[in-house]
Design a protein around this ligand. Structure first.
Ligand SMILES: [Co+2]
Length: 190
């Protein structure tokens, strides 16, 4: 639609086009690296398969951050009494070789892990990190089996052949830290 409003002989539509072009070139100069399309971002709103594109999986919420601690009671007391967090009792999980204290943070939780039994997966970690340290982060996925297939295809190393039942009774996998920016990443079926 043609506008009759003009500024010094320039119509409103060409003025707005001119301004838009100026703004875009300014934006490209100021934020060259941010000036990329965001269409590749996947969210959990679409849980179905995309026809023709093969099965898909989506990353969801941060489920927990796991911290390996050399002294579970001391770590529990720190989060409870010093930081004032909502902290549970220690829970022995012999099938996973750990005792766990859950720290509830509202939007996510932390898990304080301490070795249990002779074959604990975090004993070696504590040997290398005497004061303890961040052991892994756990992110939810909507379809863990499809995630496994897709990640294998993308040459991301997975620490088990297939998903196993994790500490919350749900299937989990662990991705090799060297393929994930130096952090052990656990994916858990939501
Ligand atoms: Co975990």
């Amino acid at each position: 639609m043609q506008s009759f409003f003009t500024v010094r002989g320039i119509s409103a539509s060409s003025l707005s086009k001119l301004l838009k072009e100026q703004l875009n070139s300014l934006r490209e100069r100021l934020f060259p690296r941010l000036w990329t399309p965001v269409s590749t971002v996947r969210t959990c709103t679409s849980l179905s398969s995309h026809p023709g594109a093969g099965p898909v999986w989506n990353l969801g919420r941060l489920n927990h951050v796991a911290i390996a601690v050399p002294d579970l009671e001391k770590a529990r007391a720190f989060y409870k009494n010093v930081l004032g967090a909502e902290v549970g009792e220690p829970v022995p999980l012999p099938e996973h070789g750990v005792s766990v204290v859950f720290v509830n943070l509202g939007n996510t939780k932390m898990e304080l892990l301490h070795p249990l039994g002779s074959d604990s997966p975090i004993a070696g970690f504590l040997k290398k990190n005497k004061a303890g340290g961040m052991h892994h982060v756990c992110i939810e996925v909507d379809n863990i089996n499809v995630a496994v297939m897709d990640l294998k295809e993308k040459k991301i190393r997975i620490l088990s052949e297939e998903a196993k039942i994790g500490a919350h009774g749900k299937p989990v996998i662990f991705l090799h830290p060297s393929d994930c920016g130096g952090v052990l990443v656990e994916l858990e079926q939501a």
